[in-house]
Design a protein around this ligand. Sequence first.
Ligand code: COA
Length: 259
Amino acid sequence: MAPTVLFEKTEGVGLVTFNRPEKLNALNREMLMELEQLLDQVARDPQLRVLVLTGRGRAFIAGADISLFVDLDPLTGKRFAEHAQALVSRLEHLDIPVIAAVNGYALGGGLEVALACDFIYASEEACFGQPEINLGIIPCVGGTQRLARLVGKGLAKELCLTGRLLDAAEAKAIGLAARVFPTGVLLEECLKTARSLAEKGRVALRAVKQVINRGYEVDLASALAMEIDAFAVCLASPDAREGALAFLEKRQPRFTGSL
Ligand code: COA
């Protein structure tokens, strides 16, 4: 059987492709396990600088495989949600930037995976939503929480209560998708951005990601203190001096990512 999660790496950029197109890449147990194994591999790979996630066919991920829900009871459901949340949190807290290249349906668990990425680039054919309400359940992999933090409480409630689907233009207008591209160029644009991120200082990239993620969870004064600490950590890397010198010497910086 073909893997349900494909991975290829080119010059520090990893491309993850969800590969169950006949089921619109719905997340079944096999995919969750393969994604978990992939995250182990990614976390151990010091050469990897940026990750791009996308889906084969018409979907990014059209949600959890609904057949999983038929036999869930409160206990097994809780375990499922805990397991899936832990997996998605690992993705969110990877040291390197992660871009969601949303090529089609990103529904339910698919939107929840995209929300755990650092930002979303969407194709004009992308379609987003948390339609769990139509199945008599609610999002359980962070959808109610990360969506509210990204687009605001009112919109998140409207989307989770109605289960309605958004097109790419609306997703962009509400700040869910950072940018929208014509379908044929989405992946190349994502890889181009990924390559440009791969050339930046690794310490500073990690600092931005950590300080925005963690700062969002605490009060402003604590978050600002985190920002100062993260700035100071950047100055411990030769990359900070190299960046300033390169600007003054009118040349491209050569970042090493060392601390
Ligand atoms: N779980 C399991 N199977 C799914 C699925 C999901 N979340 N989403 C799509 N599929 C399957 C369909 O059952 C169908 O399989 P089949 O050909 O064996 O019958 C195949 O993927 C294609 O989907 P289909 O519904 O025929 O495509 P469509 O273009 O008519 O509709 C959607 C696309 C995304 C609107 C529709 O598939 C849908 O509503 N999916 C469920 C979305 C959802 O509720 N996700 C949250 C789950 S918690």
